[in-house]
Design a protein around this ligand. Structure first.
Ligand code: KG4
Ligand code: ZN
Length: 357
C-alpha cells in the first residue's frame, strides 16, 4: 500500500502558537490527526491588541511543547513525518522567525523537506481541510491583517480582484470594540453584544460602496463610529452602535461580494461556482448568514471553514505545505521569513497617498 503523505505544520505569525499533523487520505482529502493552538489572548488583552515582542517571547517559550503535543496527539513521531511546513510570511517578523527557526532545525536534524507556506495560502486552502472544493473558486479572505477577494485557480496560483485600501476587516472590528470599551479580540465581542442592540439605530457610512470595484475600505466607518461614541450615554446605545456597525459591514460585504462574483464569472467563463469565505472574521455568524443569502441569489455554492479552522491554526499550514510539496514547491535551510508576501505578486499595492480608485 502506498504510504500516505503526512506533514507537520507550524504557525507563529501573530498571537497563536500552533502545530498540527495532517495526513492525505487515499482520495486526496485531508485527515487532521492533531491540531494544537495555544492562544495568547490573555497576555495581549490588557494592552487591547497584540504586542509583537511579548508574542515572540511567548512563541519561543511554548513552541517546543506545542509541537511535541501535536505529535503525541497524532500518535506519530518525527520519523513518520514526510515534511515540515512553516508559515514564513506575512506577519510579525519577530514572531515568524520563531517558527521558521524551529522548522529549519527540525528539517536539518531529520533530513526531511522544509516547505515555506504563505499564511494567506493557509487560509485560502483551509476549507479544503473538511470539504472537497474544485478549483477555481472565489475567495473572500477576511482576517485581522487582510481583507481580499481572490480567484484561487490552483495551489500557488491566485488572481487578486480587490483588497482593502486601509484597515483590514478584523482590524476594524478590533478597533471599534476597543473604542466601545469592549475587550480584545473585538470581533467575537461585537458579534455577541450586537445581539442586544438595535441595528437600525445609527446610520453609518459605506465607504467606496459604489466605486473601486472589489476594493474595500473601512477607515471612514471607524471614524464615524468614533464620532458617534462621543455622544453615547448608555450601555444600550453602545450595543446599538455595535449592531449598526455589524449591519453596515454586512451591507458592504454583500455588495462587494456580488461584484466579485460577477468578475469571477467573467474571468473564469463560469456561470456558477463556489465562494469560499476564510480567515478569523469568517467565524461571524451574521456575516455567514448574510453571504449565504447572497450566494443563494447568485446560484453559487458557499463554503466556510469549520469555526476552529477560521482563526489561525497550523492544520491549514500543514495542509497547504503538503499540497505545495506535491507540486515540488520546496524550500531549503536558507529560508527567511518575510513580513509582506502577497498571494498575487502582480497585484498593485493598494495603500498609501495618491491612490486612485
Ligand atoms: O485569521 P485570524 O485568526 O488572524 C489573522 O490572520 O489576522 O483573524 C483574527 C481576526 C481578529 O481581528 C478578530 O477580531 C477577528 O478575526 N474575528 C472576528 C470573529 N472572530 C474573530 N471578527 C468578527 N466576528 C467574529 N466572530
Ligand atoms: Zn490568519
Amino acid at each position: 500500500m502506498k504510504k500516505k503523505l503526512t506533514f507537520l505544520g507550524i504557525e507563529t505569525s501573530c498571537d497563536e502558537t500552533a502545530a498540527s499533523i495532517v495526513q492525505e487520505n487515499s482520495n486526496g482529502s485531508a485527515k487532521i490527526l492533531s491540531s494544537v493552538v495555544s492562544s495568547q489572548i490573555q497576555e495581549h488583552k490588557k494592552f487591547g491588541g497584540v504586542v509583537p515582542e511579548l508574542a515572540a517571547r511567548a512563541h519561543a517559550e511554548n513552541i517546543d511543547y506545542i509541537i511535541e503535543l501535536a505529535l503525541k496527539k497524532s500518535i506519530k513521531s518525527l520519523s513518520d513525518i514526510d515534511g515540515i511546513a512553516v508559515t514564513s510570511g506575512p506577519g510579525l517578523m519577530v514572531c515568524l522567525n520563531v517558527g521558521v527557526n524551529i522548522a529549519k532545525s527540525i528539517s536539518a536534524f531529520t533530513n526531511k523537506p522544509l516547505v515555506a507556506v504563505n499564511h494567506l495560502e493557509g487560509h485560502a486552502l483551509s476549507p479544503n481541510l473538511t470539504n472537497n472544493i474544485e478549483f477555481p473558486y472565489l475567495l473572500l479572505l477576511i482576517s485581522g491583517g487582510h481583507s481580499q477577494f481572490l480567484i484561487v485557480y490552483d495551489v500557488n496560483r491566485y488572481l487578486q480582484l480587490g483588497t482593502t485600501i486601509d484597515d483590514a476587516l478584523g482590524e476594524a472590528f478590533d478597533k471599534t470594540s476597543k473604542m466601545l470599551g469592549f475587550s480584545y479580540p473585538g470581533g467575537p465581542e461585537i458579534e455577541k453584544l450586537a445581539k442586544k442592540g438595535d441595528e437600525d439605530f445609527f446610520r453609518l457610512p459605506l465607504p467606496i460602496i459604489n466605486k473601486g470595484g472589489c476594493n474595500l475600505s473601512f477607515a471612514g466607518l471607524k471614524t464615524a463610529v468614533l464620532r458617534e461614541i462621543k455622544n453615547i450615554k448608555s450601555n444600550q446605545e453602545k450595543y446599538n452602535l455595535a449592531a449598526s456597525f455589524q449591519k453596515t459591514i454586512n451591507k458592504i460585504l454583500r455588495k462587494k461580494t456580488a461584484f466579485a462574483v460577477n468578475q469571477f464569472k467573467d474571468k473564469t467563463k463560469n456561470d456558477c461556482g463556489t465562494i469560499v469565505v476564510a480567515g478569523g472574521v469568517a467565524a461571524n455568524k451574521s456575516i455567514r448568514e448574510n453571504l449565504e443569502g447572497l450566494a443563494k441569489e447568485k446560484k453559487f455554492r458557499i463554503l466556510f471553514p469549520k469555526i476552529e479552522y477560521c482563526g489561525d491554526n497550523a492544520a491549514m499550514i500543514a495542509w497547504a505545505g503538503l499540497l505545495r510539496y506535491k507540486k515540488k514547491l520546496i524550500s531549503n535551510l536558507s529560508l527567511q521569513a518575510k513580513s509582506r508576501w502577497p498571494l498575487d505578486v502582480s497585484a498593485p499595492y493598494m495603500k498609501g497617498p495618491g491612490l486612485k480608485l
